[in-house]
Write a protein that binds this ligand. Structure first.
Ligand SMILES: Cc1cc2nc3c(=O)[nH]c(=O)nc-3n(C[C@H](O)[C@H](O)[C@H](O)COP(=O)(O)OP(=O)(O)OC[C@H]3O[C@@H](n4cnc5c(N)ncnc54)[C@H](O)[C@@H]3O)c2cc1C
Length: 487
């Protein structure tokens, strides 16, 4: 049985890795070809090492409490390369009326798990604080299971002030999206659970924090909430590729620098065959296909096969962002902000072009020479995509202006890099999960055909890895169930 995986981002790579592993454990004769359009594998994961600076163009870390990222790193022998955030300077700032203020501790993970820092924070008026604490008393709505936007949910639970000043900028960082449109069910389902089980988000967060501390004590782990790899996240991609390359060529073929341009079903029925057309004129015939591309590419590829699935996939919109990394000699920053934390976020109500900034060299070790500071800035997102289309010079000038106003950095950077990510972050709009059900119901007609990746059940790296693992499991189950497998 052979499988073609289209897309060599983290989801496609994790699918290939798990597929070989699961097939092996079932003693199934499965072979796999992974086709990637770009010359390099990894998709959005892109680390560059320039003059002793480790620069992440795309993701720079991942959540450790979602087990699939850390799990995969350990499985690949990268356990001792995992690196936590700086535990000494761990504060995060938020821009408030043009000035940086410390973000209340405990809120950075998106809900208050400690009340004192919030109640003493100058970021909220007394009315705002009282309204926040009302979360403890507001009864849960009689639910009919309908989806709700993040903005509507958090305004309902915590009030407008907390939502606009604290919650919105954090969410913008994750989804680069518009909270008025993003689905609560698809992005933060655990808050629905907190509301249902505890009648309060604050109570739910406290319970979950206690649970996590217990688990961490039991497991004797000391991972910080966000982790990365010492030499950058591309280490994970290199380790995956090297593990896949060790498998004999008849079982695992990696094809980069060639795109998939179309696909058809050659044989339908219970054990179908698919033809995958490549940009160089070749075609591959496969028993099964995994589309691990963005949803709009999967839509184009599936259009000739099933226009209904294509239509549903096309309704998952994407937004564009850019990251800009700038390095400065420490001595040139003597009059600027102390950079004594992880960075800052900017609420939309502040009306600035900059979205957020990570102080990379404070947040992580091994990112820059000791006598230099490395900063990473974020631009773009829903409603602010235009900036991504400007040229590098313009973007850097814009970011420098923002850093001068906010941090007092007046010197020129000694190194600057702009990474544009056009149509890169999927938006899970209200009703997203219903759309997924429709896609899955329709895909049943095409045995052995799957879609996977960040477009569906989580944009974070651990979620994409988990998606890949589940897709591989589904493939193996399909082969086991489809009678003609010779073990
Ligand atoms: C700027 C930025 C910062 C981020 N920061 C974080 C972070 O800090 N932590 C975190 O957990 N997540 C972060 N994310 C999200 C995370 O990086 C992505 O959700 C994840 O990497 C997506 O993986 P994927 O495999 O689903 O898709 P992709 O990485 O997009 O991979 C899809 C692959 O398919 C290939 N492809 C497309 N069309 C074809 C075709 N026709 N034929 C062959 N190949 C094709 C593409 O070239 C690509 O390599 C960030 C994302 C961005 C853009």
């Amino acid at each position: 049985m052979n499988v073609t995986i289209v897309g060599g981002g983290i989801a496609g790579l994790a699918t290939a890795h798990s597929l070989l592993k699961y097939a092996d454990s079932e003693n199934l004769p499965v072979s796999c070809t992974l086709v990637e359009r770009a010359q390099y594998f990894g998709g959005k994961i892109l680390t560059e090492v320039i003059d002793d600076f480790v620069i992440e163009g795309g993701p720079d870390s991942f959540l450790s409490y979602k087990p699939w990222g850390v799990g995969l790193c350990r499985e690949l022998g990268l356990g001792d390369r995992l690196m936590g955030t700086n535990t000494h300077y761990h504060r995060t700032y938020v821009l408030f009326n043009g000035r940086l203020r410390e973000f209340p501790e405990g809120l950075v993970t998106l809900a208050p798990s400690q009340s004192l820092p919030l109640l003493t924070s100058p970021l909220l008026s007394w009315t705002g604080k009282l309204r926040l604490m009302m979360d403890l008393f507001i009864s849960k709505p009689s639910t009919d299971g309908t989806d709700e936007s993040l903005a509507s949910f958090f305004r309902r639970r915590f009030g407008v002030e907390v939502f606009e000043r604290l919650i919105e900028p954090l969410m913008t960082g994750i989804y680069a999206g518009d909270a008025e449109q993003l689905s609560l069910k698809a992005t933060f389902p655990r808050f629905i659970d907190f509301e249902q089980r505890y009648g309060s988000i604050i109570k739910g967060m406290l319970a979950s924090r206690r649970q996590r501390m217990k688990t961490n004590l039991g497991a004797n782990t000391k991972l910080t909430t966000f982790v990365t790899l010492r030499g950058g996240l591309s280490e994970m991609v290199r380790a995956l590729i090297s593990s896949l390359e060790k498998v004999e060529k008849e079982k695992m073929l990696l094809r980069n620098g060639v795109s998939v341009t179309g696909m058809t079903q050659l044989v339908s029925g219970k054990n179908p065959k698919y033809e995958i057309k490549l940009g160089n004129g070749e075609s591959l015939v496969s028993d099964a296909v995994v589309l691990a591309t963005p949803a709009f590419t999967a839509a184009d590829l599936l259009m000739p096969l099933d226009d209904e699935i294509a239509e549903q996939l096309r309704c998952i919109p994407y937004t564009s962002t850019a990251t800009v990394s700038l390095a400065y000699p420490v001595e040139s920053l003597s009059h600027a902000h102390a950079l004594d934390g992880f960075g800052f976020v900017i609420p939309r109500v502040e009306n600035r072009p900059l979205v957020a900034s990570t102080w990379t060299s404070t947040k992580w070790a091994h990112r820059s020479p000791n006598d230099h500071a490395l900063l990473r800035c974020y631009l773009g997102g829903v409603g602010r995509e235009d900036v991504v289309r400007r040229d590098d010079h313009d973007i850097i000038r814009l970011v420098q202006g923002e850093l001068r106003d906010i941090l007092g950095i007046i010197s020129d950077p000694v190194l600057s890099r702009v990474y544009r990510w056009e149509n890169a972050i999927p938006q899970y709009l209200v009703g997203h999960l219903d759309r997924l059900v429709k896609i899955e119901e329709r895909l049943i007609q095409y045995p052995g055909l799957c879609v996977t990746g960040s477009a569906y059940r989580g944009v974070g790296l651990p979620d994409c890895i988990h998606e890949g693992e589940l897709t591989a499991k589904k493939m193996v189950d399909y082969f086991l169930a489809s009678g003609d497998v010779k073990k």
